[in-house]
Design a protein around this ligand. Sequence first.
Ligand code: IPM
Ligand code: MN
Length: 369
Amino acid sequence: MASYKLFVLPGDGIGPEVMAEVEKIAAFFTQQGIAKFEIEKGLVGGAAYDAHGVSISEDDMKRADAADAILLGAVGGPKWDGVPYDLRPEAGLLRLRKDLVLFANLRPAICYPALADASSLKRELIDGLDMMLVRELTGGLYFGSPKEITDLGNGQKRGVDTQSYETYEIERIGRVAFELARKRRNKVTSCEKHNVMKSGVLWREVIIDLHKREFADVELEHQLADACGMQLVRRPKQFDVIVTDNLFGDLLSDVAAMLTGSLGMLPSASLGAIDAKTGLRKALYEPVHGSAPDIAGKGLANPIAMIGSFGMCLRYSFGLGELADKIETAIATVLAKGLRTADIKGDAPSSISTVQMGNAVLEALRASI
Ligand code: IPM
Ligand code: MN
């Protein structure tokens, strides 16, 4: 039986609650002899700060580097509002992304038919929606330097973040998007703001060149990022794959996520390059939702995004696409039965807890194996 080393970072807020449901599923697969998942656990975010005074320890960075894949819950919360900027919970997640060069963030937005009425848009606009947002994750405004606040000495300060992209960064994320599109509906929408940003001018040029050189068979269109936000809520089914930078991707993926009814539904994969020697790639899987401190510890969180992230892990890191399909089918089955956590309750008469939802998915999975 194949064996996989998972490094699990539950993090803060609802992170540990939703992660516990994934651990049950991994244990079930191991018990069934389907695949062996060896789970090591670490701390990230506020949890790491409370234990070690940093947002992720050197030891956990090493263990993350050595794992076959990383699963992360969520980071952050008001408890750590006063923590020094470099030690804030988010810094741990950003360091994992940057140091492991997880440049490609895949955020699928799929609207399960059973949930179409939980969306804030009309059913006909989102029923059957299946798009993939590809967000560049290790460059742009998140990491460019200078990144600082300087005192101008006249009672004024200046805050600066730097948006910067080099050709190779745009090319490698573009390649991920075009390759994904080939396995889907063969269309890529590239988003930037070349009308006001130099990095956008370069982004567009590089994507056009790459398309001409290697992917002329894929349909390519360009949208300004603001217009893309508008189109996402106007006619979301026009999109197959969207490729965009780190900041625009952060914003547009929250919009795309909400189309599906709830942020609690959306998984994501953050992938590095494939190592030519080993054929392996570094990868981290996390839900798109955050730590939701307002509902943490109450058993209200929806574990589906976290479970779906584990599904992406099976598919993209371990080549277990069929098992990933079974997870997705189990989720769809549970939703079709009308089971709902509070976030997707809509007009349903009642809702179930995190653990009940996790158990329901596990039971549906058990029935399919
Ligand atoms: C996300 C989150 C993170 C981001 C935060 C927690 C740093 O919002 O993964 O979308 O801004 O990238
Ligand atoms: Mn975000």
